[in-house]
Design a protein around this ligand. Structure first.
Ligand code: MP5
Length: 219
């Protein structure tokens, strides 16, 4: 029988195909990405990861006791990840202070926090799994394609490390166990939330590649 986490991933195949092969990731792998384009992703993802901390914090507060330790460790890992952003930003003279979220980053973060606060634990945990699995697969694709070291190698290594892969595998197994204990109607919502998260992931790469604007810019 197909595991629930595999079923989720399989239904999202068109989104995964669009992510693996996205121009932003292809040019990162080829070493041809314009520095200001990569900087836009860095600035927006730094803001995203900052808000992933309260997202995980709310999830942790709702989690069954058996998952608390791993989720607590995941929060500590995010603080270390922010330091990777800060180090590379210093090395490449990229500003991380005073940056505002672009519309897609803002919407995605609101979606994360709304699911954490408003949905059941298995539903919100599905969103966490989708976001982490999307990053593991996106950056693994970059690593597979690249022929030479990248100035952004620290990011490639961060989301392709064996520790991160094991964390995502653990999330998938924990999700399977959660899915067994919920009614079919909840599993249907989990499928929907997985797809929605993957849609946001794809939009995030679109935003990073092409840039985005609010209808009216205020200083
Ligand atoms: C992640 C991320 C991975 N950093 N940014 C987006 C847009 N999606 C997923 O999450 P984490 O917590 O950095 O591993």
């Amino acid at each position: 029988m197909t595991a629930f986490h595999e079923e989720l991933r399989a239904q999202a195949e068109p989104l995964w195909r669009a992510i693996q092969g996205h121009r932003f990731l292809a040019e990162t792998a080829a070493g041809t990405i314009p520095p200001e384009t990569f900087a836009r992703w860095m600035q927006q993802d730094y803001l995203f990861v900052q808000e992933a901390i309260p997202f995980l914090g709310v999830l942790l507060a709702k989690a069954p006791a058996s998952l608390r330790r791993s989720l607590g460790e995941a929060i500590a890992a995010l603080h270390r990840e922010l330091e990777v952003f800060e180090r590379l930003a210093r090395e490449h003279q990229i500003a991380l202070d005073g940056i505002r979220m672009l519309p897609t980053c803002h919407a995605y973060v609101q979606f994360l926090l709304a699911t954490a606060y408003g949905r059941s634990f298995p539903e919100a945990f599905t969103v966490l799994y989708a976001a982490e699995k999307a990053y593991l697969d996106a950056w693994s694709w970059v690593k597979q394609q690249q022929r030479a070291a990248s100035p952004w190698q620290a990011f490639i290594e961060n989301w392709t490390s064996s520790a991160f892969r094991e964390y995502v595998e653990w999330l998938g197994q924990a999700l399977d166990a959660l899915a067994e204990g919920v009614p079919e109607a909840t599993r249907a919502t989990m499928r929907e939330l997985f797809l929605l998260t993957a849609q946001y992931e794809l939009r995030f790469w679109d935003m990073a590649w092409a840039g985005e604007h609010w209808p009216v810019e205020f200083l």
